[in-house]
Design a protein around this ligand. Sequence first.
Ligand code: BGC
Length: 419
Amino acid sequence: MKQSMTRITVTALTLATTLTFSNFLRAGEVEVLHWWTSGGEAKSVAELKKILEANGHKWKDFAVAGGGGENAMTVLKSRVVSGKPPTAAQVKGPSIQEWGREGVLTNLDDVAKGANWDGLLPAVVSNVMKYQGHYVAVPVNVHRVNWMWVNPEVFKKAGAKIPTTWEEFAVAADKIHKAGFIAVAHGGQPWQDATVFESVALGVGGADWYNRAFVNLDASALNSPTMEKSFATLRTVQMAIDKDAANRDWNLATAMVINGKAAMQFMGDWAKGEFTAAGKSPGKDYICMPAPGTKGAFTFNIDSFIMFEQKGADAKGAQRALASAIMEPQFQEVFNLNKGSIPARTGMSMAKFDQCAKDSSAEFESSAKSKKLVPSWAHGMAMPASVQGAMFDVVTQFMNSSMTPKAAAEKMAAAAKSK
Ligand code: BGC
């Protein structure tokens, strides 16, 4: 009798424990919208899928191709409007606030408090992840946008010096062209045009002016001689691009640098993910350098996932598992090794990372101190999406016409009003 009582108690206890435990760890499905479809990007997102699946959850991939994410955002809007939001979506910067205002995001404070996100994230990151003081998004990385990716062999063959100023760039581009190579690998798409222009403008105008123009949207900085000089410099870059660039995907442009067809590309460090996926080593096969004139400055682009309110305990449980997995050191390391970025979480060892990532990590900290850490407006970190779209139009029109730098500067100031 005594024995069976004990057995019953033990069974009941086990049952109770199992119930609470399984409630917390309920297996469910996560549907994750992202635009990571290039070689390096796909490898990175596969790591998240692996971790989720190892924890018993199902991964439903919702990839929408298109660099910079414009297509993905259009698809996301229609899904949410039709009442079927995914579990999570790759959304970043001020757009997180826009989605917060729609009232469709879930509050992640319980996960965040449990794992001390406030203590683990730099304020510049955690502030962006919160809506009205509550966590609604989780950061996966910090990308640096103001990079120049260089094929040293091409420079050597052309007898050109790798440029550190835009004046040196013009000289080098000319030599490279004369030697029969393409100086700048680029894809003529609005977000890529803006990515290049952003680095040019930072190099020409410096961080203070950049902030006044692209963060404060100050008309006197937007319509200014500095903006005109930035557009004039963009013309020099444009002359160095080949005639087949229209609509070329960014990763195909990176491949041109990898294969020695082109000398350089101005692109964020997701480009490094392509070099890594191709088995190339920095310092040997390729060189990463800050874009001319931007040494010591850092345009940041933080990828994050917003989480939508879910119905049902399984879906909610799986969503929480996703949120907490993203912040785990194991994920932040392996994802960023593939992606080309650095972890968003502080205090991580950089031992396994290459020199470009180590430089990025050091400059992320030092640029914050020297006030040269600026948000990437080309990648949705600085201004409302409507203004960003209007500025993309100006830059792309400039690249595809004979618009004068003066007219472009005036149009940038007008674009700032499209809020
Ligand atoms: C994203 C990166 C992505 C890149 C190219 C950027 O806006 O932040 O994660 O790799 O676009 O698609």
